[in-house]
Ligand binder design. Structure first.
Ligand code: GLV
Ligand code: GLV
Length: 337
């Protein structure tokens, strides 16, 4: 009897096929918003699961999934997983770091440039048929080159964003829980500052923090008020890091000039105050969505599941396991035998 794996959303069929020699695969053929009851029904007899960021795997879910031994998350951020509860239950978990770093960094720059130079707003206006002729004094946006780029959160993605700044001759400042080692700071061309300095001196500020109870509303009304009125704010990290209601007010009253969001509090709903503003670029959580990278993410999730069950080139060593301690617990071996 093969173990059962639930794949919660359509990924790439040829990549899912790599599971079939070793697993009975239940793969969803379209995108669902699962109710907790739907999810519990699918996990009731699953030994492994490959889940998206919308699937909350918490203590209650785990209690209803007695056979579950491994959860592979299709994303680098894993605030949808209760990692402590998974670890306590001896269930391994993995995410998809590294494979998406450069693609997400590209997208952070795409949003920054689009917001600062008013690309979305201008395009909407053109499509609506308003264009009568070249306007010398119209559509004035903010320069990106030669300005100060601020990065809040300086992990792998923050560093990749910083490296791209060299071509723009930008000054890069950052704030992070822990300071980078000097060699890495030099490599990124980034200078560590406290959060108050970051807010005050950034011409453009990009957020790349993980979502935790401590980072919730890291950017709220007070932080927005501390930024330059000409500044652009970009959030490619997680909804909830920005207080979206406060951002809507700040954009409407000119506290800051513009913003771009790929992630939202309570997504897929978007704060109604943001939807009618012209000085914001909105996108539906697509920062890692390149053809190559989404395949790499799916393949990494599959590799983690295969490895956890003793198959493939990484047998026994899931390449991006978040709680490797579960592998060492001999009383509850992860790999069934
Ligand atoms: C996407 O949001 C991810 O965490 O990979
Ligand atoms: C603008 O199109 C210019 O030619 O400067």
């Amino acid at each position: 009897n093969k173990p059962k794996v639930w794949v919660s959303r359509p990924i790439f069929p040829d990549i899912v096929d790599r599971l079939r020699p070793h697993f009975e695969v239940r793969a969803e053929s379209d995108e669902h918003a699962f109710t907790p009851a739907d999810r519990a029904a699918r996990l009731a007899d699953a030994d492994a699961a490959i889940v998206g960021l919308a699937e909350r795997i918490d203590a209650q879910t785990i209690a209803a999934a007695p056979r579950l031994r491994f959860v592979a998350n299709l994303g680098v951020g894993y605030n949808n997983l209760d990692l402590d509860a998974l670890t306590a239950a001896g269930i391994g978990a993995s995410n998809t770091p590294d494979v998406l770093t450069e693609t997400v960094a590209d997208y952070a720059w795409a949003l920054l440039l689009a917001a600062a130079r008013r690309v979305g707003e201008a395009e909407r206006w053109l499509r609506q048929g308003h264009w009568q002729g070249f306007r010398f004094d119209g559509w004035l946006g903010a320069d990106v080159h030669g300005k100060t780029l601020g990065i809040l959160g300086m992990g792998r993605i923050g560093q990749a964003i910083a490296r791209r700044a060299a071509g723009f001759r930008s000054r890069v400042i950052y704030h992070n829980r822990s300071r980078l080692e000097p060699g890495l700071e030099l490599d990124c061309g980034a200078t560590y500052v406290d959060k108050a300095t970051l807010l005050a001196e950034s011409d453009h500020l990009v957020l790349v923090l993980p979502f935790t109870p401590q980072t919730r509303h890291a950017i709220g009304a007070a932080e927005l008020a501390a930024m330059k009125p000409t500044a652009t704010l970009v959030n490619i990290a997680r909804g909830g890091i920005v207080d979206d209601a406060a951002l809507a007010r700040a954009l409407a009253d000119g506290t800051i000039a513009s913003a771009a969001l790929d992630v939202f509090e309570g997504e897929p709903s978007v704060h109604p105050g943001l939807l009618h503003l012209e000085n914001i670029v909105l996108s539906p959580h697509i920062a890692s969505a390149s053809r190559d990278t989404r395949r790499d993410m799916a393949a990494l999730a599959v590799d983690n599941v295969l490895a956890a069950f003793g198959h493939g080139p990484h047998a026994g060593r899931p390449p991006s396991i978040l709680n490797p301690g579960v592998l060492a617990d001999a009383s509850r071996p992860l790999i069934p035998n």
